[in-house]
Every structure is written in structure tokens, then in C-alpha cells.
Write a protein that binds this ligand. Structure first.
Ligand code: NCD
Length: 336
């Protein structure tokens, strides 16, 4: 999967700049990101209605194709598609023919023969969603639900929605991303989204072994010392140690890591008094975050899950209908 670089930007946009697939934040404009956020805002209300769906994707078929484990992402994509009235098929990879050696593309071709309109794909290989998007016919949309350590664009957008709803303008904020940044597709997408939305103080905090080698090219400030990095921040985004992607020993032990990089109430005193704490999940209590912080009044961790449904509804409806809501006041009014 080495084709990410050549394919990423034009592939996910139509000639007039609308979303056709959703593969990466990289290369998307501030206007487009704001359109996604505004559209998501208009969908939040759907979840609190007695009848929790709208007819935007009625008659469309969405296939969830998860080659890696997932709890939140998979179930919120499913709920999002159902709230848009689509028919949803969840393929269990462990019991599918992929486990008998069928290639990703062959699996997809077979599912396509069933006239599916959209595939939501999570895969351990960086570039998998781009690869598939380059192969499908023009009437099929691909959404990247996480590819290797490359990109997780809907997670980054739900994080941006969380920040926008609970904080002020992005350009006024100091945001720290703490933990295993090197192996994190979430962190990559978060940095791209924060920079595009105008955040000038993005801080990456990690030991050298967990800092991406190209960090200095990202327009961020890097810190090895957690206390220093947390000084005066408005938002802290915590990441899990992604041991499944570590190819060698990157740390002495989880205990040692917690001593230096675990987010505790005491350490949080360095941040602003109204700091918000985020985490994409799954959280490992006592490894990257203290329970009191994960469950405390600053935590947005469960809010993020709810916003994930709205963001995924927004992205799915935008790639299928080619339209976004321009106004926060509209009630899923993107399509008449
Ligand atoms: C993240 C992922 O899968 O990349 N989780 C998620 O999508 N909710 C982060 C992680 O697994 O640590």
C-alpha cells in the first residue's frame, strides 16, 4: 500500500470541490472542514427526537467493513447510517472469506455486486481506503474509518466538533496531544484538522521513542516533559499506547510510562482551570490516564462518542448528496 501520496487529494473531491470519498483530512480546506462541522451540528438534534432518523439516505446501502477491532467507531458508523435511514450491512471479517485468503479488493467487488453505495473501511494497512477508493466505480463512496497509523479523519472531525462546542475559536486555543503519537492515526489527523482550522498552538507531548520522526515538519511544538507541555493549555487530547502497532520495545514498562506521562489530577493543575480532556478510546486507566481524570468534570470522553454519530452522519450525507448545511440553525436542512 504505497500509493497514498499520489492518490490522496484529488481522489476524495469532485471537480467542484465537494466530498466524494472521505479518506484523509490532509488537503481539505478550512471551508470544507467547517461545512462538515456545521452539517454535524444540524444532526445532533436527531438523536434527541422521539423518532431518531431522517430520510437522507433512504434506499441506499452502506457496508461496514472492519478488518480491525472497533467498538465506538463501528457502532457509531452503524447508528449514523441507520439515523440517515440507510440499509446497513456489517461484515464480520472473522467469519467472512477474507479469513480464507480473499483479497480486500475481491471482497469489495463481491459486495459491490450486491449494489452497495458506500463502504466504511477500517484496515491495518496504511493506504487501504485510498487503494479501494481508486478502484471503485464513480457511484460508490469510500469512508476511511482508520487505516494503519496513517489517518482517522472522522475521529479527528468529531474531536474538532467537541472542541468547537465546548471552547472558543480555534485560533485562540492551546491544544496538547499526549502519548503514543508515533503510532497514532488519530494524532496525525488531529494535527491536520487543528492546523487547517487555524489553531496556532498545537503541542505534541511524548517520550522521544513515541514522537513521530517528522514532528518538526508539522508546525507544532514538541515537548518531552509533560508538566511543561501542559502549562496553560485549553485542551488535552490523550492517546493510548498502541502496542499492537509497536514493532519493538518503545518503553521500559506501562508503570514507568504512567509515572512520566500519565495524566493525573495533580499534573492537570498546570493547564487552564477550564481545560477539557479528550481521548478517542479505548482508555487504559492507570496507564495513560488516571481514573479521576477520565471520569472527572473536565472529561469530554463520553461527549465525544455522541458527537461521533453526528459527524459520521454529516460525512455520509455529504458524500452521497454532495451537499452540506451552511447554517447551524438548520435542522438537517441540507437537503429539501
Ligand atoms: C482509535 C483508533 O482505532 O485509532 N480509536 C477509535 O477509533 N475510537 C485510537 C486507539 O485505538 O487507540
Amino acid at each position: 500500500m504505497t500509493r497514498v501520496k499520489q492518490l490522496k487529494r484529488p481522489l476524495q473531491l469532485t471537480n467542484d470541490g465537494q466530498l466524494r470519498h472521505f479518506l484523509t483530512i490532509d488537503g481539505l480546506s478550512k471551508t470544507l472542514l467547517n461545512n462538515i462541522l456545521n452539517t454535524a451540528e444540524s444532526f445532533i438534534i436527531v438523536g434527541s427526537k422521539a423518532v431518531k432518523n431522517v430520510p437522507l439516505l433512504r434506499g441506499k446501502t452502506v457496508v461496514n467493513l472492519f478488518f480491525e477491532n472497533s467498538t465506538r467507531t463501528r457502532s457509531t458508523f452503524e447508528l449514523a447510517a441507520k439515523r440517515l435511514s440507510a440499509d446497513v450491512l456489517n461484515i464480520d471479517i472473522l467469519t467472512s472469506s477474507a479469513s480464507k485468503g480473499e483479497s480486500l479488493l475481491d471482497t469489495l467487488r463481491n459486495l459491490r455486486a450486491m449494489q452497495s453505495d458506500m463502504f466504511v473501511i477500517r484496515h491495518a494497512d496504511s493506504g487501504a481506503a485510498h487503494f479501494i477508493a481508486a478502484e471503485v466505480t464513480p457511484d460508490v463512496a469510500i469512508i476511511n474509518a482508520g487505516d494503519g497509523h496513517h489517518s482517522h479523519p472522522t475521529q479527528a472531525m468529531l474531536d474538532m466538533l467537541t472542541i468547537r462546542r465546548h471552547k472558543s475559536n480555534f485560533d485562540q486555543l492551546s491544544v496538547a496531544i499526549v502519548g503514543d503519537i508515533r503510532h497514532s492515526r488519530v494524532a496525525r489527523s488531529q494535527v491536520q484538522a487543528l492546523k487547517t482550522l487555524g489553531c496556532s498552538d498545537v503541542r505534541l507531548i511524548a517520550p522521544d521513542t513515541l514522537m513521530p520522526p517528522h514532528a518538526s515538519t508539522l508546525g507544532v511544538t514538541t515537548y518531552r516533559d509533560l508538566d511543561q507541555g501542559l502549562e496553560g493549555v485549553d485542551v488535552v487530547m490523550v492517546l493510548r499506547l498502541q502496542t499492537e502497532r509497536m514493532t519493538s520495545a518503545f518503553l521500559p514498562s506501562a508503570n514507568e510510562y504512567y509515572n512520566f506521562y500519565g495524566l493525573t489530577r495533580k499534573r492537570l493543575q498546570r493547564a487552564k482551570a477550564d481545560v477539557i480532556i479528550m481521548h478517542p478510546g479505548p482508555i487504559n486507566r492507570g496507564v495513560e490516564i488516571e481514573s479521576e481524570v477520565a471520569d472527572g468534570k473536565h472529561s469530554m470522553i463520553l461527549n465525544q462518542v455522541g458527537y461521533g454519530i453526528a459527524i459520521r452522519m454529516a460525512v455520509m450525507s455529504m458524500v452521497i448528496t454532495g451537499q452540506a448545511c451552511q447554517s447551524r440553525e438548520t435542522n438537517y436542512g441540507c437537503v429539501d
